[in-house]
Write a protein of this length. Structure first.
Length: 325
């Protein structure tokens, strides 16, 4: 299991990059970038090394935590999966690659793609402190051209990037990156209704192209949730002092809401029900909302069912669980 916090070496490298810089200036840049992302502007506002560092300090811990949680779901569904090659689409500062390196010791080759020059420069700088990532290949340019030319990889990740594209562009890119996926594709987006809708659209498109869902869904069928409900999860992560200062936050932790899907070429052998919200634990029973192979289930596990109740007490939002055990 990958911890939600940045690896110590990566965290130290990020904070060391602040040496000699104005904390107030970096915080102001981070705030501007965050507002731009919330308004759908994407990474086009990141135009300098200082901007890239501000973005990484403000957002990298949370996006790392979301990708780490998604990869933990993948390893839970496919414990024997041992990819050797990674393709990181829209890699930015390399967040997904760093998380994948922690999740899969088997990875030996890392290919990253992004159009943003300052983010690429920061990723390569940070990778120098990570022996396994030091020889990463990071191509800069148009996502469609780079994806079309990329070598197929065992594991392909597109994290927090498809929201920067139009619906037509997302459909086109999904086709391209699925063609480059030798085994497994992981897509991660913000845990908003819009982020979920993008995930569902690509999920539907790629299932039609022959993909199977390994997580979070325990089936390849239509999502059973009905608006205004949407499938998303939450990962709590600690904030360093530098991160706390960048965010102007008072509490030493952050909860990142995210949506994701893991798609594979082979039908997963193990498909467990998924906990879709934090269960309500009462004295008489535990109430939980689950996505099961048969569809959506609101279940209540009574205390008199000692075995089931004891198991359900350990259920957490996002867990893959076995019913009745």
């Amino acid at each position: 299991m990958v911890a939600p916090s940045l690896p110590a070496e990566l965290k130290a490298s990020l904070e060391a990059s602040l040496e000699g810089m104005s904390r107030n200036d970096v915080a102001a840049r981070a705030d501007k970038i965050s507002k731009n992302y919330r308004e759908g502007g994407g990474s086009n506002v990141i135009a300098s090394e200082a901007d890239a560092l501000a973005y990484a300090l403000a957002r990298m811990p949370a996006t790392y935590a979301a990708v780490a949680a998604s990869l933990n779901a993948l390893t839970g569904a496919r414990p024997d999966f041992a990819p050797a090659t990674l393709l990181d689409i829209g890699a930015g500062p390399g967040t997904a690659s760093f998380a994948a390196a922690e999740a899969f010791p088997s990875l030996t080759a890392f290919s990253l793609l992004d159009a943003n020059s300052p983010l690429r420069a920061l990723a390569l700088q940070l990778a120098r402190g990570q022996p396994r990532l030091a020889q990463s290949h990071y191509a800069q340019g148009d996502a469609f051209k780079l994806a079309a030319a990329a070598e197929p990889a065992d594991l392909v990740i597109a994290s927090y990037m498809i929201g920067e594209l139009t619906a037509t562009e997302r459909t086109r890119l999904a086709t391209l990156i699925w063609a480059r996926t030798r085994d497994t594709l992981v897509i991660v987006e913000p845990g908003t209704p819009a982020g979920y809708a993008r995930i569902i659209a690509l999920r539907t498109q790629l299932i039609a192209a022959g993909a199977h869902v390994a997580a979070p869904c325990p089936h390849d069928g239509r999502c059973p949730l009905v608006p205004p409900d949407w499938c998303h999860f939450s990962q709590r992560l600690p904030r360093s002092r530098a991160h706390q200062a960048m965010k102007g936050a008072d509490v030493p932790f952050e909860d990142e809401r995210f949506a994701y899907v893991v798609l594979t070429r082979a039908l997963p052998a193990l498909r467990r029900s998924r906990v879709l919200a934090q269960p309500a634990v009462g004295k008489a029973e535990i109430a939980a909302k689950l996505c099961t192979p048969e569809g959506l289930l609101f279940t209540k596990v009574p205390r008199r069912d000692k075995t089931g109740y004891a198991a359900a007490r350990h259920w957490r939002w996002g867990d893959a669980v076995r019913m009745g055990r």
